[in-house]
Design a protein around this ligand. Structure first.
Ligand code: SAH
Length: 266
């Protein structure tokens, strides 16, 4: 009964100008940055990524989002994807055979240079540097865990890199996947209107960003620092640099110390 032909988690919708459609099928857009997300909850995508700059870029086909639903790879009539932990204990673990089949399916449609990453609280902490690296690749395949996570054998077998978005535990990898994709997609060429804005923002040079101001010139009795209204570009740059350094030193001594040990730091 469980051997009936099954779907392989592949939808047949072709890309169109709607994010919902764009994200559901294999790479028809030869050169677009290709994000794949293996998940039990494909309906969580594109989520926030369908809005604003990332959403516009999805419509413009600067990147594409393909969800690979895990459920169709499940076992038996109920398409079970999980089982109880070996050795006992609370919760459920995602089965390696089920996840393995989903990974094989996804990777057969992905460029070899795209990393395979499992979102996991045990992973390497996600950073701007990792986002920049992802943006230079042809794309990425992300695996969203649920319950107690993945069977270790599937992680070992495919040599999957584990990445964490911070020291807290979420119920699933979907939000973490959207965080990583947002950070990477905004660095793709053409996604942000003003390319300079990714060169000067926080972390790009190891420093936090200086304070920003806009109109009105006075609000609640507070004014904008004179130097920013002076028109002296050299002085403005100096002030901003000083603010960045002060903020980084006081708020993030870890970043500040790392920077000071860098040879090119002046
Ligand atoms: N038992 C696991 C936590 C499982 S949480 C442990 O203690 O390490 C369920 C899923 O949510 C995980 O498989 C992972 O995909 C995702 N997740 C939870 N916290 C995360 C984090 N900080 N970063 C990335 N993914 C996370």
């Amino acid at each position: 009964m469980s051997d009936a032909p099954r779907s392989h988690g592949r939808k047949t919708i072709r890309p169109s100008l709607k994010p919902r459609d764009l994200m559901s099928e294999a790479p028809a857009l030869a050169r677009a940055w290709h994000a794949q997300v293996i998940t039990l909850f494909p309906e969580a995508f594109p989520g926030i990524l369908g809005l604003s700059l990332t959403g516009k870029a999805l419509q413009q086909e600067l990147w594409q989002l393909q969800t690979v639903p895990l459920r169709p790879f499940g076992e038996g009539k109920h398409r079970n994807v999980d089982d109880t932990p070996a050795g006992g204990g609370a919760g459920m673990v995602l089965r390696p055979d089920v996840m393995g089949a989903a990974i094989e399916h996804a990777r057969s449609q992905q460029a070899p240079g795209a990393p395979l990453i499992y979102l996991s609280p045990r992973g390497k902490p996600f950073s701007q540097e990792m986002a920049r690296d992802l943006a230079t690749r042809p794309g990425v395949t992300l695996i969203c865990g649920r319950f107690e996570g993945l069977d270790q054998r599937v992680i070992d077998h495919y040599r999957i890199a584990e990445v964490s978005i911070g020291d807290y535990v979420l119920t699933g990898g979907e939000l973490a996947a959207q965080v990583m994709l947002d950070a990477a997609v905004r660095l793709l060429p053409g996604v942000l209107g003003n390319a300079d804005s990714t060169e000067e923002e926080s972390f790009s040079d190891g420093l936090l960003e200086h304070p920003q101001y806009t109109r009105p010139a006075e609000w609640q009795g507070r004014t904008i620092p004179d130097v920013l209204l002076s028109g002296h570009h050299g002085e403005i740059a100096k002030w901003r640099r000083q603010q960045s350094e002060d903020l980084t030193r006081t708020r993030r001594p870890d970043l500040w110390n790392a920077l000071k040990t860098r040879k090119d730091f002046t």
